[in-house]
Ligand binder design. Structure first.
Ligand code: 87F
Length: 477
């Protein structure tokens, strides 16, 4: 589904428009999904001994500018507060677009000795980036929610291995996408052009939306080196009593995850929520006939719902009598509820229910005895099937190209492209330029960690030089 199919989004009651361009209301259905993902990630952080904290929303101009190099490219997107009531502020105050400048001055204060390391902090917050390209709900909004993790380590090795968490966190991002949102992603390395300017290297998980033929960065994890330590003077005395710079990392995922999920699974009937994050996993609907015992049917619906809830399944019943069962079916389909249970007089008589899957429409009659276990299993199957279908679609949209002509043709066909590349920044810029007018600018998404073999003498599809690695290319969000 395209996320610009806004009608569907609205009917799914995930978000609502707001009277400021690029700002959206996240309604309870979106917040429930967000909180389920947050619960997973909080447990990860707890285990990794990352501490939760909260820094202010505002950054003073002087601190923001201290970090000129890194902020320069982003400066047009920084929003400023210039007034309080009617009076101008003496110095304008910026709203955080990300929190390096907010947090790192305090790293400098708090880190004195090797005993203060590693320092591993995370915060859940909102950030503001005054984007000028077309805003899109969840995907590109001027304010969004995310978690940002910032760590500092004594040595390059610490920052680069498990303690540093760069790749560990990246794998948890993969886990969130694949196991929770049922969205297949590729883990890999960003190119020189696409990495965070403040980083030594940037890793990411990348998703692909076949309908639009565009790649989308799902989350990032950076190895920062000592760049920020130099900028913010973050030093510690090592065991030998010598002063050294710390080695830092940072990582983040945002509410964009929800947008990627919606686009991946949504269909003509509306949202399709994967069971693991679905705010409502099962909707129970009575199907009374004219002279049937409506009360008994309603009672059965409530009993089924209670049994499911008792077992930890997010179930709800829809007993409203001013809508027909058919109306209710499409209403809850639109909202993306993964499983519907219908109970009519025939089911009542046979002590069974009718299950209807949102992902593939498959219907089945299921005995009331053992229903809870059956539903648990079914939700697991729906989750798996949603991932399998999405992965098949993604894989079908992917082509390997070896030459420029094949590359341009594949781009025109909205493909996700895997190509041998010389890994030169100049060449990537050139590809951008050469594709811009013809089929829309293409760029690298990432070089997958899982590299296919590259036969001796393989040439770069774009420059004809020797290829160094396989890299995913495409148009992107
Ligand atoms: C917009 C305005 C100002 C992105 C910005 O990825 C600054 C920035 O630094 C900016 N847009 N970025 C890069 C954010 C990098 C980094 N921050 C911490 C992360 C992970 C979490």
């Amino acid at each position: 589904m395209k996320i610009s199919d806004n009608g569907i989004l609205r009917c799914g009651e995930m978000m609502a428009y707001y009277d400021i361009s690029g700002c959206y209301i996240l309604r309870p259905n979106a917040m429930k999904i967000w909180n389920i993902m947050r619960t997973y990630f909080d447990a990860v952080l707890e285990k990794a001994e990352v501490d939760e904290n909260y820094f202010p929303l505002f950054v003073s101009a002087s601190v923001l500018e201290k970090e000129k190099d890194h902020v320069q490219g982003f400066a047009p997107e920084v929003a400023w507060v210039t007034k309080a009531g009617k009076s101008d502020l003496n110095v304008p105050i910026a709203i955080r677009p990300t929190s390096e400048t907010v947090i790192y001055p305090y790293f400098s204060k708090w880190i004195k000795s090797h005993r203060d390391l590693p320092l591993k902090l995370n915060q859940w917050n909102n950030v503001v980036r005054w984007e000028f390209s077309k805003p899109t709900p969840f995907i590109r909004s001027r304010e969004f929610l995310w978690q940002e993790g910032h760590t500092a380590h004594a040595t390059e090795e610490d920052a680069d291995n498990e303690v540093g968490l760069v790749l560990e966190v990246l794998d948890h991002y993969r886990h969130l996408y694949e196991e929770y949102l049922a969205v297949p992603v590729v883990k890999g390395m960003k190119s020189e052009n696409e990495k965070f300017a403040g980083a030594r290297y940037t890793t990411s998980v990348e998703a692909f939306i076949p309908e639009t033929g565009r790649g989308i960065q799902g989350a990032t994890s950076h190895c920062l080196g000592t760049k920020f330590a130099k900028m913010f003077d973050i030093k510690f005395t090592n065991k030998e009593g010598k002063n050294e710079l710390v080695w830092q990392n940072s990582w983040a995922y945002s509410t964009r995850t929800i947008g990627v999920m919606i686009m991946t699974h949504g269909d003509d009937k509306g949202l399709v929520n994967p069971p693991k994050v679905a705010p409502i996993q099962v909707i129970v609907i009575p199907v009374p006939f004219k002279d049937a015992d409506t009360k008994e049917i309603s009672k059965a619906c409530c009993a089924v719902k209670d049994a499911l809830r008792e077992a930890g399944i997010r179930a709800k019943e829809d007993l409203s009598d001013n809508y027909s069962p058919k109306w209710k079916y499409s209403h809850w389909e639109m909202k993306g509820v993964p499983l519907r249970i219908e109970i009519g007089p025939r089911d009542l008589a046979k002590n069974q229910v009718r299950t209807v899957r949102r992902d593939n429409g498959v219907k089945a009659d299921v005995p009331r005895v053992g229903l809870v276990e059956h539903v648990k299993e079914l939700l697991g199957k729906i989750q798996q099937n949603m991932f399998d279908v999405a992965k098949q679609k993604r894989d079908d949209a992917c082509v390997v190209v070896k030459t420029w002509d094949e590359f341009v043709e594949a781009l025109g066909q909205k493909k996700l492209i895997l190509a041998p590349w010389c890994d030169e920044a100049e060449v990537e810029m050139d590809v951008k330029r050469r594709t811009k007018d013809e089929v829309g600018a293409a760029k690298t998404l990432c070089s997958p960690f899982d590299q296919p073999e590259i036969p001796e003498g393989t040439l770069c599809f774009a420059s004809g030089k020797l290829a160094k690695k396989w890299t995913y290319w495409g148009k992107s969000y």
